[in-house]
Every structure is written in C-alpha cells, then in structure tokens.
Design a protein around this ligand. Sequence first.
Ligand SMILES: [Zn+2]
Length: 402
Amino acid sequence: MPQNDPNLLIPNVSENLTVVSNLSVPQHSIEINTSSELNSTYNLTNNSNDIRTQVVRANSLPAIIPVVNVYLNETLNQNVIAVNAGATVAIQWDGSGTVSNCSASGDWQGEKTYFGGFELTPELREARGYSYTLTCTNSAGSASDTVVVNVGRSSSQIGCQYNNPACAIGRACIEGVCIPSSNAPNFKVAVIVNSVDYPKLTRSDVSAVLRNASSRTRLATGFGIEETSIEFRQLGRNLTNDNIADMFSDYWRRDHRYVNGIILFYKNNYTLIHGGYMLTSRNLSNSNYCNDFFSSAPARHLGSSVIYGGVLDWDEPSQDPSDPQLSDRTIHNAVSMVHEFLHSFGNGYVTEDIDHWGLACLNRMQQNGFSYEPLPGGSIAYFNICPDVVDAFRNSYSPCVR
Ligand SMILES: [Zn+2]
C-alpha cells in the first residue's frame, strides 16, 4: 500500500491544476488533473521548502473547448458594421484555451494563428454582406465566431440622387436603377399604441397616419409605407428604452414577423419633452433578420441588422402652432414617424441635429454640391430631415438574399 507523504504541498506550476487525491498514490507524490495532454513533471514543494521534482500520475482531463473572439475595427464586441463600397476593414481575433488549429472560412480562408492576430481586408467592392468566420479546434471540439461587414454602395454607384435629373423626385431606386414609384416595394411598418396613455385612440386614427405617411414618403422617396399591424397594448408607464428595444426585437426574435420599421406611441420623459426619438430594435443579424432597407450611414453601423424605429407622443404639440400642416394631428404624426425612421439613415450619431433640416444640413449639401428639388410644403415635405439623408433612404433598398 503506497504511503502518502504528508510533507508534500500542491505543485507550484503555472498551469491550472487540481489535486485529485493525496491518497492511494505512491509515496512522495500526489495525483493531479491537468488540461495538458502531456504527463508532465512538476516541481512539488514540501513544507520545509525544498523542491523535489516528482509526479507519478497526471490525469489528462478532456480539454475545454477553446474560446474564440473575432471583432472589427479594433472594437471589442463589434461583430457587425456597415461601410460604403471600397472600404477596408480591420479584422482582429484572439482566443484562449488549448488550441490545435484555427481556420478561416467565409470571405477569408486559410489557417490563422491561434493566439490572435490582425488582418486588413482587401477593398470591399460589392454591395453585400461579407462574413468572416474563425473556427478553432482541440480534442474537446471546436468553437467559432463570425463577424459581418455590410457593404453599401459608394456614392458613385448610387443612381438616384436628387441632383441626377434622370432620377427626379418621386422615383425610387433599386440596385442603383431609378424606377417609378408604382413599381417600388413598400416599407413595412408596425405600430404599437400604449392604450394606458391613449385610451381614446382608434385603429382608424392610426391607419390614417400610416396612409398619410405613405403618400409623403412616396412623393419624397418613391417608396410607400405599408401597414402590417396596429396593436393596442397595456404597457404601463415604466418602460425603459431597453424594454422597448426588446419589444421591437421580439417582432422578429419571438414572432418571426417581418417588418422594416416599428413605431411606438408612448408617453415618457423624452417624448413628452421632445415629441419623439429614434429607437431601433436590437441587432438581429444573429437571428437571421435582414432588413431590405440597408442603412449605410458610417456613424450608425446599422446595415441591414435592425428594425428601424421610433417612439412618439401622439399628442405632441406642434413646434410651430401657426403652421396649419403640423397642427393637424394626422399630418404631424405622419411626418414625425417618417422623421424618426430617417434618422437611421443619417450620421447624427453624436448629435441628431446634423440629420435635421437646418443650417448644418444646408451648408453640408452646398459643400458637397448636392442639389434637391424643393417640394410644396418645404422642409416638412422632407420630414424636417436634410434632403441628403432622405436621399440616402431613397437609395437604401437592397433586397436581402433569403
Ligand atoms: Zn430628429
């Protein structure tokens, strides 16, 4: 019967070790588990501090599946970005655990170093989603991580600018080709109303807003708006923006209802002061969602990965009560609804103001030689959004491969 040496202490090694037993192993030794594939030799220290090199049994544990993380443009957790055609993107990856091999698939190929690395893509020229998957393997199995770069069209590929006379206002744009509005698909919209805030609001009130919004967007962009559903829910008054983003996401994540945009009529501190704000769903690209309207605004990184959205107060007072258009509740809410959707196509990431019709917008358009057709109704016909942002929406239709 082997005797345990009571003087032996736990090995002092850098690897993760667990002492299984200091019984029933030969004298002067302990039994350990190690994730190493090797039956290694370890330094064991006894309690009089002299070091003996001895291990009788090192039980090789099944290795743990490695951890792989791939990310974009030096931003951890950045798995999806949207860029314009011709851009180059940095792919970085790192991993941990015991790895025997890592290989790339999708839009990159070959073996990659398991401890991490950095690569620049070539110029991404096609308007599509590029995906980069890295799979690392060991004896326990494999793990992989994927990042997606959604490439929109560069301005030189855009066919429907307002300053292109062949593509006048009222025409839509599909794959860079101007088409009459009658041939354009609709932007599908669901509406949720908090019945606690608006007990008297009816379905036909909301339908009238959607119809009004549709004729306005058709005039300015060629695309109409299609009502997919109007729901009245008892939502209370305590929803956070995270709650709302989850509610929007559940249209797809839970119910698999495809919509391009969702509007919530809800009173909270922000809608009561500002009337409304843009709020999208969560990033749904990992749930196989793909929005046919592709936001290529570099600051927002949305691509086709979200349901566009906004939160509005139905009763928002007009910012200009003397304006007969905006004092009409239907028109006001129709304009506000589209206004919030359009923010997702602009670059007002830090301050939404740069998306708005105003001095910054007019200066930017002038600098870029961007002309637009004045519409009856002035800035309201452009939803109080800068025409170059409205134009970005007009060029955003990029049907997903399904
Ligand atoms: Zn705004």
